[in-house]
Design a protein around this ligand. Sequence first.
Ligand code: NCD
Length: 305
Amino acid sequence: MRHGNLLTSKQLTRDDVERVLDRAGSLASDPESVADSHEGRLLGLLFFEPSTRTKMSFETAIKRLGGDVVDMGSVESSSVKKGESLADTVRVIEGYADAIVLRHPQQGAAKLASEYVDVPVINAGDGAGHHPTQTLLDLYTIREQAGLDDLTIGIVGDLKYGRTVHSLAYALGNFDATQHFISPESLRLPREVVFDLHQEGASLKEHESIDEVLSELDVLYVTRIQRERFPDENEYRAVAGEYQLTAETLERARDDLTVMHPLPRVDEISPDVDDTPHAAYFEQAHNGVPVRMALLDLLLGDGDE
Ligand code: NCD
């Protein structure tokens, strides 16, 4: 963030996180205070993969700051279809927009893009790599629901391909969190992430069953099996539906357990969980707006730094 880009959560210090979260908190309670503060500023949206929340909340955030978006639209309708390289595309968009928000199937795409342009590049998801702005809104939600200190969190589902998981795991290394990673053997957290977390002194354990840890958790972070990243559909089918959280499962959890999910969900959280006091995933999605407002406010240079 110090260099104007947000590429992975590894670059975020505890101070960076707290600055964004504090600013988001004040914007959530008084959004009018910044209503026209970024009038005329344009955010370039380059989404090479589907998105609902990330794209629309970035758009909402910049509009609430008084700015607007220029949107490449779908890959199908852009010059990417004609074979244009990512490097060329971002060099063009740099001339239109004050910052670029990029989602791309290739891991490392945001970093690559940042090497070609001078405007800030925000990684909105690079393949199975990182999704740092999701992490900021996840941390905001965790702070609101359970607090970030002495946190015991379970992270379940597709830990191999889930970029929200990788980003969250690194960022939690800044806090004294105990992280329980729950997945089938074939979808465990990548070994390099585990290695890095150990190097940082993070407290972590790996499990195959939610029941091994459910009763200890403050937060359970559920993720979708990332079907689009599986090289082979049969491999996906072998693990699909492996974990399904139901209201009945949650009877074995603490009363104050918070259930989160970056969404979209497929079948990993049953709809009967939605009406329990545990469910925080829709509020989590809504938190994307104040958090992205805070981030843009800081990255676009008119923040309170
Ligand atoms: C996530 C993503 O794109 O990585 N979605 C999101 O941004 N909220 C999670 C997912 O697609 O499973």
